[in-house]
Design a protein around this ligand. Sequence first.
Ligand SMILES: [Zn+2]
Length: 467
Amino acid sequence: MQIPKCVKQHSFELDPEVLEELEIISDRYNSVKNYIYSRYSGIKSLLLIQNARKNIRDIWTKDNFAEQWKLPARYWKMALEEAVANIKTEWSNIKLKTKRAVYQNENLTEDERYFILYVLKADKLLYAILNRESFDEPKKLMELEIREKYIFNLICRYIRKYKGDVPYTKSRTFSLDADMYNYKTEDGVLYINIMGLKRGNRLKVKLRDHNIHKGNVKIVLRDNSLEVHKLKYVKQKKATNKEKVVGIDKGYRTLINTSEGNQYGEKLNEMLSEETERLNKINKERNKFYALYRRYKEQGKTKKAEDILQNNLGKKKYNKKKKQHDNKVKSYINCELNKFIDKEKPSEIVMEDLTFVSWKNIFPKHIKRKLSRWIKGYIHERLNYKADLIGAMTTIVNPAYTSKVCSGCGKFGNREGDLFKCECGEYHADINAAINIKKRKFDSEIGLYTPYKQVEKILEKRIKEVV
Ligand SMILES: [Zn+2]
């Protein structure tokens, strides 16, 4: 199997004029993307984006609508495609989340569950329901007994719930297809020539290595240099261990705990709390300055007010610090995941869906919103990636009650701090959960979508049977 890997190529410092033009391209490129996001990510556009070439691209070309972007056609077409692809990905995530919620919803009958899952796969029906339009029901669905109004509303509610804000990008990046750039070597130095704004004009950028990439690449602008990002496909290694199934659990304090009894990323929580504290402090300070700024304004001291806006309320330093911290967290996560993979060499990693875990115990609400969303996604993505690289499988299991039952005897126990206490003994609480997660893989009664309450019943029945 082949695995995608991002290869980065760095440039030397850019000429100011070249940098300026690249920044203009990137700004306009993002304007196209943001326009597409704001216009086509809603429920009204669900069907339209399935054929964006005909429904958007061709029309933009025909009525000269695209001229407003002041970009060569290749650029705006690239931006359009990228934005549409992102909207489609968002839709499949929303559907996946809805599907999970449907499986967990115990108020639904079998027929109703089937109906909703069917609709999630048929965009035309989904579109009609979301937009309150009438539609012809396929024969298969007509035989079902469902509470129609209730179910239609439920579908709308789920989609609304899982649909995030309209995406918006400010990133200094844009993509190029193979015809929008070329490489050239002069006196042993490699240059990349990037399509500029004017017809036939290419922007020449001196590179630090000699790798010549082909096909689509992404340009990422840094302070005064750039990076060329290329998705390469590398060959997957054969798993070293023939069969080694490892269960993992996202711990209370640590990044992950394994069924082998090991913990990784014990400093993660500390790192995140420190940042939270720092942000709180900064926000307090900023609020003080805001008050001062408003007072000066009221008093007509415009100059003083402007100074505060410039010197104390600027976002640049704030954003830079935040980025530094995010990068620190990312590299820590990567490093700890590598340790896990190197040490345990799993052939299969069993876990719950990390992007769906609630981290409610770890952070206060307002912080959780800010931090956890990207971190959860990031851990999930990196773990899958690293597992792929060593040829290990990842399996998602149902996490219901895995932190509440004893991995030794199967009875319900209690958590006290880091300890899990059961009649039969005491265990490390997170390791106990990791072992239970591993067991779920082999559990023939509890499937990924078995509802929470049913899991409880199954577990109770087992305890009785043993006694
Ligand atoms: Zn026990």
